[in-house]
Design a protein around this ligand. Structure first.
Ligand SMILES: *Cc1c(COP(=O)(O)O)cnc(C)c1O
Length: 368
């Protein structure tokens, strides 16, 4: 059964579970619980229990989650928040939406995540906090970041958009910092049938404030305490996510099996992989490798009908959107190197054995 291999194929999950997904949607329709409401609220309770926080505040996407987290933590005009250069751009958007400035810090050469040894040089009198990203499903070095944050009175927010269920010293990501931000964009480890997000925390004050902000700044309908947003989660997404949350442990197990096989069986000196420190449990959202001639490798895989993509081809500090901040090539050398050499291999829970074997075989046969 040789055919093209997609980087990710969500249709296989839908085919397998179509009946239960359709029933969940049908129920929301019958009760017309379309925006917020019973099914969104029920998912919040389930997700908080899953993550291990007192609260989960469902929102319309992960970018909104990051925005509300910044507002709840009092970030605004003139403030600075430190953000890794190697991440998806939305990590920085939440900071910018408040009028504050993201300050980009380089990544390490092994985990490819926020380099805690470079944090202190970025801290100024305007710095309010740090956003760490559990990138590609791998928890970042939380304790080192937290130690520096505490020394300077800064918050730590976790961007968990790629790491649902990942663990750091036995604790779920999203329960480590002041606030955790999740995305349920299709393709994330836990995903909605559209857009979705959640914000996790133990603080009742943050939770109440974010709940009001996502709901037009209102606790009581038509009475508005402050300028708010329409960032509510849709009922259909809540209902779908309640179903998918039950599948998540199985999906995670499968991702980990495939990820470990890649780690163990891909043996090519031209290929470098992300490090996974002992005190963490990765959930392999993306299996990113580095190769010297990235474009050549992508072409080679494409010729073999294997789809690969790039996470990410341009680091945040060099994005045109942030040209005004004055960064130059060379400011975050590790993130820049990664952006030039990264390739993401196919990995999703429904991958078939022969597909996994073919990806491994192709990687091992590359230029050898
Ligand atoms: C996907 C993602 C986001 C944004 O989530 P959306 O739901 O797409 O808005 C933020 N940060 C990271 C690291 C992501 O991967």
């Amino acid at each position: 059964m040789r055919g093209p291999i997609k980087r990710i194929d969500l249709a296989r999950d839908y085919e397998r579970h179509a009946a239960v997904y359709r029933e969940a949607i049908e129920q929301v329709c019958r009760e017309t619980a379309f925006s917020g409401g019973k099914y969104a609220d029920r998912f919040d309770e389930q997700f908080a229990r899953y993550v291990g926080t007192r609260y989960a505040c469902g929102v319309n996407n992960g970018t909104s989650a990051l925005h509300l987290a910044m507002l709840a933590l009092g970030v605004g005009e003139g403030d600075e928040v430190i953000v890794p250069a190697n991440t998806y751009i939305a990590t920085a958007w939440g900071v910018s939406y408040t009028g504050a400035t993201p300050v980009f810090v380089d990544c390490t050469t092994d985990t490819w995540e926020i380099d805690s040894t470079r944090l202190e040089e970025k801290i100024t009198s305007r710095t309010k906090g740090i956003i760490g990203v559990h990138l590609y499903g791998q928890p970042f070095d939380f304790n080192s970041v937290k130690k520096i944050a505490d020394r300077h009175g800064l918050f730590v927010v976790e961007d968990c958009a790629q790491a649902h269920g990942a663990k750091y010293e036995g604790k779920n990501v999203g329960s480590l910092g002041q606030i955790g931000c999740f995305s349920f964009y299709p393709g994330k480890n836990l995903y909605a049938f559209g857009e979705g997000g959640s914000i996790t925390c133990d603080s009742e004050e943050y939770y109440r404030h974010m709940t009001r902000l996502k709901n037009q700044g209102s606790n009581v309908r038509y009475y508005h305490e402050e300028i708010g947003y329409n960032y509510r989660m849709e009922g259909i997404q809540g209902a779908i996510l309640s179903v998918s949350l039950r599948f998540l442990p199985e999906w995670t197990k499968r991702r980990q099996e495939i990820g470990r096989r890649y780690q163990e069986e891909i043996r090519n000196p031209l290929i470098t992989m992300q490090a996974h420190p002992e005190n963490t449990e990765t959930v392999f959202h993306l299996f990113v490798i580095q190769v010297p001639d990235r474009d050549d490798f992508v072409k080679y895989m494409k010729e073999a009908e294997v789809e690969c993509n790039l996470h990410y081809p341009v680091p945040c500090h060099l994005q045109k959107a942030y040209a005004g901040l004055g960064y130059r090539r060379g400011d975050c050398p590790n993130a820049e190197r990664l952006s030039a050499h990264c390739v993401t291999l196919p990995l999703f829970p429904e991958m078939r054995e022969e597909e996994i074997a073919r990806v491994i075989e192709l990687c091992n046969a590359y230029r050898t």
